[in-house]
Design a binder for this molecule. Structure first.
Ligand SMILES: Cc1cc2nc3c(=O)[nH]c(=O)nc-3n(C[C@H](O)[C@H](O)[C@H](O)COP(=O)(O)OP(=O)(O)OC[C@H]3O[C@@H](n4cnc5c(N)ncnc54)[C@H](O)[C@@H]3O)c2cc1C
Length: 395
């Protein structure tokens, strides 16, 4: 069922907002909830209609679950019917290994993100979906944000509602390749040269080989594909693929099919013809994390290839950690807050060393093959890395 807006565009422009949060993914929805719980008047703006799907592996690790618990949302994933995960099954050319997972659940992004938005609304945040935000300048201690709405009953682009709101502080949680800051003339996170693109699809029907509770990860020279059963039995596929290979093969479905075939895992029926969605290039350096009266968080603040499934954990932790700084900024913006956010943010994502190292290793098929062979003999060798990735965050 869709989540309706809590107010109309015209009403939003007439109100005095403490905070406008752009993007209702895990980072934005969590931040909106935390700010509303702190008594701020919050407007959460989202370009898409909600619920919306998103290219993702849909796995929440121990870190994500710990952050939810720390802010009183410990039962949220269970209430959504999330599937517990117990095993990571790695596949390379002619080799396979199984590694135990200490914790984690699989949950579709339609359900998870919508549940977080509902929690933000329950805490008092207003929600304006189907609305694109464009950052404008600062005027008398307030940041201006232009909001654009296409009228759904008319043909696309026929007429748009267009108005400006202002707030003491704006949170840019507009996701991978988000260009909110860039539009205001501030450099955002540019992709690294040769960065892979993401692609994904959710299938109603799929081979029984892909069992619930297991994260399947197929690795090949041109990319990797993660597969997991969701709460309703559908199979989620999330992939990171070389752009040139996707182009050569004629689409992400063909390229992902190559990866699965090279590992020898069964191909879902008509895989290439399903409704694959792609993303912008994945790995990007952190750009500016703040500008006057703006904080950047989540994927918009930089990202590394998704193999290790850390993105949601980082986004949730950032949504919680930005709240005290945004509350201060709403009272009195000080440039020092931008510096503080850079420090706090670095503490949350670290140097993304494990992810960067994993991403680098994945570019060497021979190394991947040996690593999987080694893990097949001694799965316990994976424990330190799995432990690091599931390290619980202090929030
Ligand atoms: C292939 C793949 C697999 C992945 N697998 C996993 C995994 O298994 N586990 C994990 O933890 N992470 C995974 N990730 C990473 C995870 O998806 C992201 O890190 C996470 O979604 C980041 O959350 P976010 O809130 O920053 O951004 P998003 O979830 O992308 O949300 C941003 C929102 O902003 C909205 N928006 C953008 N621009 C505007 C605008 N101008 N105005 C209004 N709204 C706007 C978008 O519509 C979107 O809803 C994966 C990523 C990929 C690509």
């Amino acid at each position: 069922m869709s989540i309706p807006p809590t107010l109309a565009l015209a009403d939003a422009t007439g109100r005095r907002w403490d905070a406008v949060v752009v993007g209702a993914g895990p980072a934005g929805a969590m931040a909106a909830r935390e700010l509303a719980r702190n008594g701020l008047r919050v407007l959460l703006v989202e370009r898409a209609a909600f619920p919306r799907s998103k290219v993702c592996g849909c796995c929440l690790n121990a870190r994500s679950l710990a952050t939810l618990k720390a802010v009183g949302l410990g039962t949220l994933t269970a209430r959504c019917g999330a599937r517990p995960l117990h095993t990571l099954q790695l596949g390379g050319q002619g080799t396979e290994a199984r590694v135990a997972l200490p914790q984690g659940v699989a949950l579709s992004r339609e359900i998870f993100d919508a549940a977080l938005v509902s929690e933000a609304m329950r805490s008092g945040a207003d929600f304006l979906p189907r609305t694109r935000a464009i950052l404008e300048g600062v005027e008398r201690d307030r940041r201006r944000v232009r909001l654009e709405q296409a009228y759904p009953s008319l043909s696309p682009g026929a007429r748009v509602g267009n108005d400006v709101v202002s707030a003491s502080v704006v949170l840019a949680a507009d996701g991978l390749g988000g260009n909110l800051l860039a539009r205001a003339g501030v450099t955002s996170a540019p992709p690294e040269p040769g960065a892979r693109i993401g692609a994904g699809v959710v299938l109603e029907e799929a081979p029984a080989f892909y069992r619930p509770g297991v994260v399947f990860m197929a690795c090949a020279a041109h990319g990797y594909v993660g597969l997991v059963r969701l709460e309703d039995g559908r199979l989620d596929l999330g992939a990171a693929l070389d752009t040139a290979w996707v182009r050569r093969r004629g689409g992400p479905g063909e390229a992902a099919g190559d990866v699965l075939s090279s590992v020898g895992w069964p191909l879902p029926d008509r895989l290439a013809q399903r409704g694959w969605k792609g993303t912008a290039p994945l790995t990007r350096h952190a750009g500016r994390l703040a500008a006057e009266r703006v904080f950047v968080l989540g994927d918009a603040a930089g990202y590394v290839e998704p193999f290790t499934g850390e993105g949601i954990g980082w986004a949730l932790a950032a949504g919680v950690a930005v709240a005290p700084l945004a509350v201060s900024a709403a009272v009195d913006w000080q440039p020092e807050l931008a510096r503080q956010w850079a420090i706090v943010h670095r503490r949350i994502v670290g140097h993304r060393l494990v992810c960067r190292t994993t991403a680098a290793v994945l570019r060497w098929p021979r190394l991947v093959e040996w690593a999987i062979r080694l893990l097949a003999i001694a799965p316990a060798l994976a424990a330190p890395v799995v432990g690091l990735l599931n390290r619980k965050e202090r929030v």
